[in-house]
Design a protein around this ligand. Sequence first.
Ligand code: IMP
Ligand code: MG
Length: 178
Amino acid sequence: MHMEHLKLSPLLKEAALADRVNAIGTAIKEQFKDDEEIVAICVLKGSFMFFSDLIRAIDSNVICEFFGVSSYHGASSSGEVKLTLDLNTPIENKNVVLVEDIVDTGLTMNYLIKNISARSPKSLTTVTLLHKPAAKKVDCKLDHVGFEIENNFVVGYGLDYLGYYRNLPYIAEVQNIN
Ligand code: IMP
Ligand code: MG
C-alpha cells in the first residue's frame, strides 16, 4: 500500500501534546528532591520525540539513556519483544524514569519493567504517552500516562506505520487499517 492511500484523522494536536508533556515533566520533577539525579531512558524508536520534549520539561539533573526494543510489525502486535540496543551504563541504585510511546497489549512495557528491575535501580518510574486500555493482555505498573485512547491504530509524534509517519508533528488515527 502506498503511504498516500492511508487516511489520517488528527487525534492529538501539537498544543494538546505540549501541555500534557509539560505537566508530566513537572510531576516527575516533583517526585524527586532537588539534588537527586534522574536517569531517563528513551525506548527506541517510538518514544524519541516524546522523550526529547519530556526531558526538556523536567527541570532537574537528568541523564539520558537509550534502550532499543522491537515488538511490532505493521498494525498488529507480534507479542514478541526483541532487544535491539542495550543500555551502555549501569543503572544500579539510580532513579530511573522509563519513557515509552504507547502501551497497547502491555507486553513490551512488561518486558521493559522486568529487564530494568533486574538491574536493581533505586526507583523505577514508568511513563507512557499513550495507553490503549482495551488492548490490554498483561497488567503493568504505569506511573504517568499522557492520554488514554481507543483501540485504533495511531501514527505520528514518533509512532510509525511500517516505519513511516514518525515525523508527523501530531498524533493521528489511521482510518483504513486495523
Ligand atoms: P505492546 O507490547 O502491544 O504494548 O505494544 C507496544 C509497542 O507497539 C509500542 O511501543 C509501539 O511501538 C507499538 N504500537 C502499539 N500500538 C501502536 C499504534 O497504534 N501505533 C504505532 N505503534 C504502536
Ligand atoms: Mg515502543
